[in-house]
Design a protein around this ligand. Sequence first.
Ligand SMILES: Nc1ncnc2c1ncn2[C@@H]1O[C@H](COP(=O)(O)OP(=O)(O)OP(=O)(O)O)[C@@H](O)[C@H]1O
Ligand SMILES: CC(=O)N[C@H]1[C@@H]2OC[C@@H](O2)[C@@H](O)[C@@H]1O[C@H](C)C(=O)O
Length: 371
Amino acid sequence: MADGFVRALGMMSGTSLDGVDAAMLTTDGQRIGAFGRSAYRAYSGNESGLLHAALGQWPGGPDVAEAAGLSVAAHADLAAGFPEAEVIGYHGQTLAHDPRGRGTHQAGDGAALARQTDRPVVWDFRSEDVRQGGEGAPLAPFFHWACAEWAVGQGHLAPAPVAFLNLGGVGNVTWVDPSASAPEAQGACLAFDTGPANAPLNDLMRQRRGQAQDRDGAVAAQGVVDEAVIARFLTHPHFARPVPKSLDRDAFPDLLAEVRELADADAAATLTHAAAAAVAAGLPHLPAPPQRLLVCGGGRLNPVLMQALRQRTGLDVLPVEEIGLDGDMLEAQAFGWLAVRVLKGLPTSGPGTTGAPGPVCGGRISRPTHS
Ligand SMILES: Nc1ncnc2c1ncn2[C@@H]1O[C@H](COP(=O)(O)OP(=O)(O)OP(=O)(O)O)[C@@H](O)[C@H]1O
Ligand SMILES: CC(=O)N[C@H]1[C@@H]2OC[C@@H](O2)[C@@H](O)[C@@H]1O[C@H](C)C(=O)O
């Protein structure tokens, strides 16, 4: 394409373990040229079960090879529908995350995906940041800057700081100044993981009802929140830690144990409100109180969670569709955009987003012919 713009396919399967999102965009690694088509491939019950079994495992773990093979096959499947993609950004499946200990582990071999798709693949986005002393997560924040810059250009957003909240398995928030010249510029982005979002609620629904999620918050809507559980949850050391900071999917095992004695609806209501309370607890870490939270990720489709956020933060809480973005595909788009940044040697994280000592260009490039 002209002017250094690249057609990129970003692919993401997050901590919810429900499936793979894929989305096209064109970018020069800085600005978003245009958003493109997207697709979703759900994991089958067997596939999701296998990924769950592999959670917490490090390379060499008993279920890792199978999980990694499954991830590559599912992504290759989905990528086949995007012959126009000039590069693929492949996040891989996070199985474990312990940046100050054993590192971070995204299962899935990008070189194998490059061979299977016959396209260059950028992957292993997090290891270099961790190696340089960063948290390795969150990585979407630099893309949040690009989204805000795009939305300002489209007239959907005023050129003033704005906060994005992603509610996947884990939650993360980004404070963005779209008037900054680049995402790595001083003060352009401040980001961190807020706490568990949908993962504990999904786990509860699996255990108690054999369902993947509390669809539309229907179970939680019938329940009463146990505020004592929320108060104990908020004493977890994560909330007092300085930002940036990141979390493993299963960093709060006590939370699920705490609701064991509660009826299904009360347990679901309490876990839904815990996710919202975690966000509220994070807000004082932002440079200034945001006027509104622009929410992406599956949690924005849960009206009970959105209402809990309004109640506990006192803010306007709106889906990112409000400013013309696609809240289901934003993370997939992020990894397409980040892939182009890696191709161009631009930073993918920095002190404000992962706490790395300086700008980091993470990600490995595998080309089909060279691997
Ligand atoms: N209609 C709905 N009602 C309630 N919850 C929903 C609904 N749709 C999606 N969700 C929740 O959102 C989750 C999926 O969110 P998403 O795809 O953003 O997560 P992810 O990308 O796997 O996670 P992460 O951002 O942590 O990597 C589902 O597992 C479910 O918990
Ligand atoms: C280690 C890891 O995979 N973390 C995920 C997870 O899911 C949400 C939150 O925790 C965030 O830190 C990150 O994902 C998004 C895509 C990110 O890096 O921005």
